[in-house]
Ligand binder design. Structure first.
Ligand SMILES: NC(=O)c1ccc[n+]([C@@H]2O[C@H](COP(=O)([O-])OP(=O)(O)OC[C@H]3O[C@@H](n4cnc5c(N)ncnc54)[C@H](O)[C@@H]3O)[C@@H](O)[C@H]2O)c1
Length: 364
């Protein structure tokens, strides 16, 4: 199964399947990628068994295998420099190829390095987490963190090929599955109510990796992202709706100093819930639809801000919301929902208004 993403100057395939990453040589050929040199940069948490099978499937020419421990702490220039050095020392050229096998962190870093080395070499992304399969591997946002914040340095550069292989999810910790699920849920809320109902009815089998339901959820989610990226690659308008819940989520994560207590996807679930409550408070999202979202997030068990924050954390949360890179005024810009599948952009609220709203959540 294959989907194509068509942007202004690139068209590339996303392959879906089980064990399809092992068809790598055929896929490279199908996409006219004939590298003289090839580097595979992989996340060291991926099972060795999969990696060595993958390695055996590659033609025995000059392949370099380079494993790294990826985390937000190393999503920086030092890691990019390491990659650029290996490429340089081995005389990689534009027709050569970098394959990333890893989650969103590996993918974002490798895509960035591939986009700036000699102004771009061939890049194949093999996402290995649910989040990277349904979200970060599609759409061409590459990037690293620096002292101003998360993903502050980067490029828009679409990959040449994406290979989504469910086999990687078998070794993925449950909490990481929830992270990916949060983005799938977000996709449904901003664009497809039927898909949201499907998720409500099937979330357990998706999280338990029932092949058919998981595949369907991944595919539907990728279709939504693909359609949005095709309409607005550079995030001038529609693509902003993919940040639904994220202004709150980033502020929640930052307030806790990116502690393990609340990881990104869990913060996104709390963020989605908060943005939905705010939407209802603003007389946009109807009560019955808010209830549906609330009940679902309750089933996922990430529904209570009070488990993570105290009322006196609100000022800190607000400060992070103001500094959010998608925010460009003293007011707070929020993506809200008029209905499930009908997002509204450019809603500006005063800090006072958001503070009063957040306080009310702690008073209940
Ligand atoms: N570019 C974009 O459009 C975009 C969109 C959303 C998120 N992101 C970025 O994605 C990153 C988060 O990605 P993520 O959630 O995939 O996190 P991640 O890359 O940190 O992976 C999560 C954890 O799973 C491990 N892992 C990866 N694959 C595994 C496997 N198959 N089996 C066992 N363990 C495995 C990793 O080592 C890591 O510990 C963030 O940095 C975020 O900014 C980018």
């Amino acid at each position: 199964m294959k989907l194509f993403v068509k942007t202004k100057d690139k068209k590339y395939p996303i392959y879906f399947g089980v064990n399809n990453c092992f068809k790598i040589e055929k896929i490279l050929e199908q996409n006219k990628i004939y590298p003289k040199k090839l580097i595979v940069i992989y996340d060291r948490n991926i099972p060795k068994k999969i990696l060595s099978k993958f390695r055996n499937k590659l033609k025995k020419n000059k392949n370099i295998f380079f494993g790294l421990h990826f985390s937000e702490k190393v999503k920086n220039f030092n890691t990019v420099k390491k990659i650029l050095n290996v490429l340089g020392k081995n005389n990689f050229n534009r027709d050569d190829c970098l394959i990333s096998i890893g989650g969103g962190i590996a993918g974002d870093i490798c895509a960035f390095a591939a986009s700036i080395y000699k102004r771009g070499l061939k890049f194949v992304n093999i996402p290995s987490t649910l989040l990277s399969q349904v979200d970060s591997s599609i759409g061409g946002k590459t990037g690293i963190n620096n002292f101003i914040g998360k993903n502050m340095i980067g490029t828009f550069s679409q990959p040449n090929v994406v290979i989504i292989d469910i086999i990687f999810l078998k070794s993925l910790p449950k909490r990481e599955m929830i992270c990916g699920y949060a983005e799938i849920l977000k996709h449904s809320l901003v664009s497809n109510k039927k898909f949201f109902i499907f998720l409500k009815n099937n979330f357990k089998s998706i999280l338990n990796l029932n092949l058919n339901t998981t595949k369907k959820a991944i595919l539907s989610s990728c279709k939504i992202k693909k359609e949005i990226v095709e309409k607005d690659e550079k995030e001038n308008n529609l693509r902003k709706t993919l940040n639904y819940g994220h202004t709150f989520a980033h502020a929640f994560e930052s307030t806790l100093g990116y502690s393990k207590k609340l990881n990104h996807g869990e913060a996104v679930l709390l963020g989605i819930l908060t943005a939905s409550k705010f939407s209802n408070n603003e007389k946009l999202l109807p009560k019955n639809e808010l209830k549906m979202i609330e009940n679902h997030i309750k089933e996922l068990k990430y529904n209570n801000l009070k488990n993570y924050f105290k009322k006196n954390n609100i000022n800190k949360i607000l400060n992070f919301m103001i500094k959010d890179k998608k925010n460009n005024s003293k007011d707070i810009n929020l993506i809200l929902l008029k209905k499930i599948s009908k997002p509204v952009l450019n809603n500006r609220y005063s800090q006072y208004k958001v503070k009063t709203f957040l306080s009310s959540l702690f008073d209940k």
